[in-house]
Design a protein around this ligand. Sequence first.
Ligand code: SF4
Length: 439
Amino acid sequence: MGYSKKFKYRKPTKSISGVIPLAVVIKPMKCPHGTCLYCPTLDVPQSYTPKSPAIMRAAQLNYDAFKQTKARLKAFQIMKHSTDKIELIIMGGTFLAYPKQYQYEFIKACYDALNDKKSRDLKEAKKFNEKAKHRVVALCIETRPDYCSDRDIRRMLEFGCTRVELGVQAVDNRIYRKVCRGHGVKEVVDATKRLKNAGFKIGYHIMPGLPGSNLKKDVKLFKKLFSDENFKPDQLKIYPTQVIKGSELEKLYWNGKYKPYDKEQLIRLLIEFKKIVPRYCRIMRVMREIPPDFLVAGTIRIDLRREIQKRFSKCKCIRCREIGFALLNKKEVKKGLKLKITKYRASKGKEFFVEFVNRQDIIFGLIRLRIPDKSRVMFVRELHIYGPALRLGKKLMKTAEKIARKYRCKRIIVISGVGVREYYKELGYKFKDPYMVKP
Ligand code: SF4
């Protein structure tokens, strides 16, 4: 299926799903609510350390969005990655809390760099990108649950955003208070629902080991994420709490009032998480890479994941079942695909997670559908094909249309990266700003 060539490239995991993640960092600005207990405040974007590679690259270019995008493109080209499909990732503190003009100019500059021409405004930049060489097939913004109002959501749609990562950390009000988070569980529930009802794909960042939690409680909270219909994220980044230089937590640590989990505790905890995670969720990352100079206490092993996989290989999450990783691990992949549909309730709506899998449960493509309660529309929140088998994409869209008919939906609404609009047009969808729509 044309996969073999890809793995000769350097850093193969970067583009394993055919899309290159291009991160652009926003300028430093303090978070409006104050500072979370564990978050370092250094002379760089909030929550980052000056020696993180992405931050060093961005700081060198004075956080200029245009220059950063160009530089990353060039770096990927040197590494011989294909750069026609880009996932643009806006990194830094809470982007949506920045002055609006800054937000618009930042996003426009990223598109301009990818289009290799300046545009008059964001609208034009996005239009150019529809047919550009480097197309934005997905755009991700990180935000806090209390920076996710209807207005924020409209703006994100205007930017061409398709995926939102929410800093959720732990769904517990006592812990939120203890770590000075500045919002509660209610905000998480509301933001999740709003985002899903606007068609976004949602990732949660969670932090086991926060002050006020313990191993047992962390497992309980993790279970809650998938048993309580108010949460159920599509993706997870698990960042166990580490003590970082320049954070308030550092003081607690030195006073003997806080201790992070050790490596063995973490491995056992993450295995428990993996036993719980449902097949519709993708564990994107475990562990955050903190440069050793800034890590006061906490596990440093970034290859923890491999060790966990050695001890527990039955994880059902999307990432562990992707075809790309099976090939990378030299697994023999059986042919013969079947369609598998997982239906579940989430945030007051019906969700359908449809996948093409083989009999080893290896996943080749997926589509994520949602029908909000009391609504006659169906959202396509994600369509993802691993590798070049475009046929699968069409088949998945056909399945979506069948489900829409069965549930008497009047329209199908697709949240689509600006650079994928042409693809949907070929399938009979029309652009109704900001979505692609088919009656
Ligand atoms: S919201 Fe995020 S970036 Fe802001 S202080 Fe808290 S952890 Fe740091």
